[in-house]
Design a protein around this ligand. Structure first.
Ligand SMILES: [Zn+2]
Length: 296
C-alpha cells in the first residue's frame, strides 16, 4: 500500500511536470491607471472598479485555464496631480488586489510611461514575482520550451518608448544562445505603429535598430505589450505582436486624434505550446461611458 501510494504520488508529480511542460497559460493584463484617492476619476470612470472586475473575471476563467503566470505590461498607476503619496497608495491598491485574487500565481512586470520608477522598483508581492527596470532586460524561464524577456521600454519624462543599444544587444545575444527555445518579449510600448496618428506621433527610440537586430532570429516568436489601450495584432517577419486592451479606459483604433472608445475593458489568455501559441481576448460585458477629456 505504502509503495503504491509513493509510486502514485511520484507518477502524479511527474505527470504535473510533463503537463506544465507541454502547455502553459499566461494571463496578460495592462494599463490599470489606478488612482490613490478612491473618489478620483479618470475620464469619468474609477479605474479600480474595472481592475477589480477584470481580476474577478480572470479568476473565474482560471478555473478552466490554470495560469502559470500573469504578465502586467505597465501603467499600473495614473499620475493626476504629481502627488507621490497618492501614487504610493495606488501601487498599494494594485498589490492588494493581485495578491487577493491570485495569491499563488507568479507575476511578471515591466514599467510603463505613467509608472513612477522608484515606487515601481519597490513593489513586493506575497506570490513569486519578477520585475524589470533601469533599462534592463530580465529573462524568465517558464519551461523547457518558452522563455520570457521582460524589457523596460520606459523613457523618463517621455510618453514614447525607448530601447537602448545595450538592451537590443542583450536580446540578440539571448536569442543566439537559446536557439532551441521560443522567446517572447514583454514590454510596455508598441514596437509596431498602432495606426492611430496621435499615438504613432510618439517616437519609439531605437526601435529600427531593435527590429533589424532581432527579427532574423526565428526563435523570437512574440511580443506582448500594452500602452495603446486597444486590441492590436500584427506580425513582423515571424514575430507575432499582440497588445491587450487596458483594464481602464480604451482608445479607439484607427483614429487620427485622441478618441476614447466605449468598448469594455479586457484581458488576454495566452496558451503556450511547445511549437507555438494561441490566444484568446476576453472583455467585460458592459461598455464604458466617459466624461470628455482632451488627452491623457
Ligand atoms: Zn496606459
Amino acid at each position: 500500500m505504502g509503495l503504491f501510494k509513493f509510486t502514485y504520488r511520484f507518477y502524479y508529480l511527474y505527470r504535473c511536470i510533463m503537463e506544465t511542460d507541454k502547455q502553459l497559460k499566461l494571463l496578460h493584463i495592462s494599463d490599470h491607471h489606478l488612482l490613490g484617492n478612491k473618489q478620483d476619476k479618470f475620464a469619468g470612470i474609477v479605474p479600480e472598479d474595472y481592475f477589480i472586475q477584470i481580476l474577478q473575471d480572470a479568476q473565474k476563467a482560471s478555473r478552466e485555464h490554470e495560469f502559470a503566470g500573469i504578465i502586467c505590461s505597465g501603467d499600473i498607476v495614473h499620475d493626476l496631480e504629481h502627488n507621490e503619496a497618492q501614487l504610493a497608495q495606488a501601487y498599494q491598491i494594485f498589490t492588494q488586489h493581485v495578491q487577493a485574487y491570485f495569491p499563488e500565481t507568479p507575476l511578471y512586470l515591466c514599467p510603463g510611461n505613467h509608472d513612477h520608477l522608484e515606487l515601481f522598483k519597490q513593489l513586493t508581492f506575497s506570490q513569486p514575482f519578477a520585475l524589470v527596470a533601469d533599462k534592463q532586460v530580465l529573462p524568465v524561464v517558464l519551461n523547457n520550451y518558452w522563455h520570457l524577456l521582460l524589457v523596460d521600454s520606459k523613457k523618463p519624462e517621455r510618453v514614447g518608448g525607448s530601447i537602448t543599444s545595450e538592451q537590443t544587444q542583450f536580446i540578440q545575444n539571448y536569442l543566439s544562445q537559446h536557439p532551441q527555445v521560443n522567446v517572447a518579449l514583454v514590454m510596455h510600448h508598441n514596437p509596431l505603429l498602432a495606426n492611430c496618428a496621435w499615438l504613432d506621433s510618439h517616437r519609439f527610440r531605437g526601435i529600427e535598430e531593435f527590429w533589424h537586430a532581432v527579427a532574423p532570429w526565428k526563435n523570437l516568436r512574440a511580443i506582448f505589450h500594452g500602452h495603446i489601450h486597444q486590441d492590436f495584432m500584427a506580425t513582423y517577419e515571424q514575430v507575432q505582436v499582440l497588445s491587450v486592451p487596458a483594464t481602464s479606459v480604451q482608445f479607439k483604433p484607427q483614429e487620427q486624434v485622441f478618441t476614447l472608445d466605449p468598448i469594455a475593458p479586457g484581458y488576454r489568455i495566452i496558451t503556450l505550446e511547445p511549437t507555438g501559441f494561441t490566444h484568446q481576448l476576453k472583455r467585460l460585458e458592459q461598455s464604458l461611458s466617459y466624461t470628455k477629456i482632451k488627452g491623457y
